[in-house]
Design a protein. Structure first.
Length: 493
């Protein structure tokens, strides 16, 4: 029998309702696992007392026989979500000591559904990165391993992915601005879904790029993603971009029947230099869906090649505006000033000390592309490209395509430090298959589908129609079932 901390959400829910296990026992098992996994550096703040208090409350609620699906489920919360009274630093030195007096909408909805917060999870600083190496806490480590090298769990939601894969929590929250849920899910053999932009409230989530950021769950199975996503969604009047739409019962839509669906294979995603293993997995995934009754259709998304440069103009532009609020005046880190220093010197020293190199890079790029001399040449052109990318997807879906199958990442997990001295563009290329989804505001999900020759997980991505997460999850479950991925990392930490 699996250890309690290795249960899926669905398994734990059923056992909690049957009275076979308590939330306190689940929580204690996860806290024990966290205590023994310091080597992974996945949890940066553990809230044991709060977790046990909420677990006891969940058990009392379960005893009434009327509790939501997430009641009693221990979860980790990415450090980007503000949590009342609990350190929320976005993995940045500039937010040292910040304990917000309020709760993000998504984490509040999980709390109100009875989920048990175990603590805060590591991430790239301000969600800027693809390897979790920009964190002020140091990098999270992938529980999957080859040789003696530590591997990245991906980024920015690397701590969330590592924690779920290692059995430190049953599920975790993540955020996705350009692939930061789907890429780490693919690197760790877990499932990660980015819902349609506006499906989950952004209120109380530390902002990176406001028109791209979206919260989503990171879980062990597609069914778990359906269960957790339903608890995270809903209209929020505090977020002007939150959609006032009913939240479907995503789990009830998991029939596994995809007969007659039309799955698109975009020719533009066959990148030059794509590893043969990724190409082969993509082909196998298409065959799996065909065998399940879907029709595989070649499609074209002609503006895909412009997505990455457009993203890396738009995202830093929005980041430079969002991060202007961190100045050392109201909260977080404040630099020590020399005699005679004024307000300008305080701003400069605080931001130079508080922001890491990658954040500084993007904060500097943002004003450049927004400046009077370059606005039309860069930012305005990137906005136009974004519209063309969205139109590509609209035209494909209008032709009767139900979902689009692509690789999730251009490689399996790479070693920590391997790209540290490389051109930053090489790191940015990790998002090559995922950024189009954010630019178009579409739902996308990464599903583990196989192992590479070294035994590391590889994932496939499905892209769905806007607001049709239920249908997308159903297709993902069909792929998950066909792939039969059950591998787990050997415990070495």
């Amino acid at each position: 029998m699996s250890a309690l901390n290795d249960l899926t959400i669905a398994e734990a829910r059923d056992r909690l309702r049957a009275g076979d296990v308590t939330s306190v026992a689940l929580t204690e098992a996860c806290l024990g696992a966290i205590g023994g996994a310091g080597r992974l550096n996945a949890f940066v703040h553990t809230t044991a007392d709060l977790a046990l208090s909420r677990a006891r409350a969940a058990d009392a609620r379960l005893a009434t026989g009327d509790a939501p699906a997430m009641c009693g489920i221990p979860v980790g919360i990415k450090d980007l979500f503000c949590t009342e009274g609990v350190a929320s630093q976005a993995a940045s030195h500039i937010l040292d000591g910040f304990r917000p007096p309020y709760e993000s909408t998504v984490s509040a909805q999980l709390r109100d559904a009875g989920a048990v917060m175990l603590g805060k999870l590591n991430m790239d600083e301000f969600a800027m990165g693809s390897s979790n190496e920009t964190s002020t806490y140091g990098p999270a480590v992938n529980p999957w391993k080859i040789d003696d090298r530590d591997l990245t769990p991906g980024g920015s939601s690397g701590g969330s992915a590592a924690a779920v894969a290692a059995g430190l929590c049953l599920a975790a929250t993540g955020t996705d601005t350009g692939g930061s849920i789907r890429q780490p899910a693919a690197f760790t053999g877990t499932v990660g879904i980015k819902p349609t932009y506006g499906r989950c409230s952004r209120w109380g989530i530390v902002a990176f790029a406001s028109s791209l950021d979206q919260a989503g769950p990171m879980t062990r199975t597609v069914r778990d993603s359906a269960i957790m996503l339903a608890a995270m969604c809903g209209h929020d009047p505090k977020d002007s971009t939150s959609a006032d739409l009913p939240v479907p019962d995503f789990e009830a839509m998991l029939t596994g029947d995809i007969r007659g669906q039309r799955i698109g294979i975009p020719r533009e995603y066959r990148m030059e230099g794509m590893p043969a293993e990724i190409e082969a997995l993509w082909t196998q995934g298409a065959e799996m869906l065909r065998d399940a009754g879907a029709e595989i259709v070649d499609i074209s998304l002609p503006h895909t090649k412009y997505a990455l440069p457009a993203y890396y103009v738009i995202a830093p532009a929005e980041a430079s505006s969002n991060l202007a609020r961190y100045d050392g005046v109201r909260y977080g880190h404040r630099a020590t000033l020399a005699q005679g220093d004024g307000i300008t010197q305080m701003y400069e020293k605080t931001r130079a000390e508080g922001f890491g190199a990658e954040v500084q890079r993007r904060v500097m790029v943002g004003p450049y592309v927004l400046s009077a001399g370059f606005y039309d040449a860069y930012y305005n052109r990137a906005r136009k490209v974004r519209t063309l990318i969205s139109r590509d997807f609209e035209q494909v879906f209008a032709q009767g395509i139900d979902a689009i199958l692509t690789p999730a990442t251009p490689s399996a997990a790479f070693g920590l430090g391997e790209m540290a001295d490389a051109d930053p563009v090489q790191m940015y290329l990790n998002d090559v298959f995922t950024v189009t989804v954010n630019l178009a505001g579409l739902p996308g999900i990464a599903v583990p589908a196989g192992l590479d020759a070294r035994g590391l997980p590889l994932g496939l991505q499905l892209i769905g129609r806007p607001w049709e997460e239920g249908a997308l999850l159903n297709t993902a479950q069909a792929l998950e079932s066909a792939a039969g991925f059950v591998s787990k990392p050997p415990k070495w930490w």
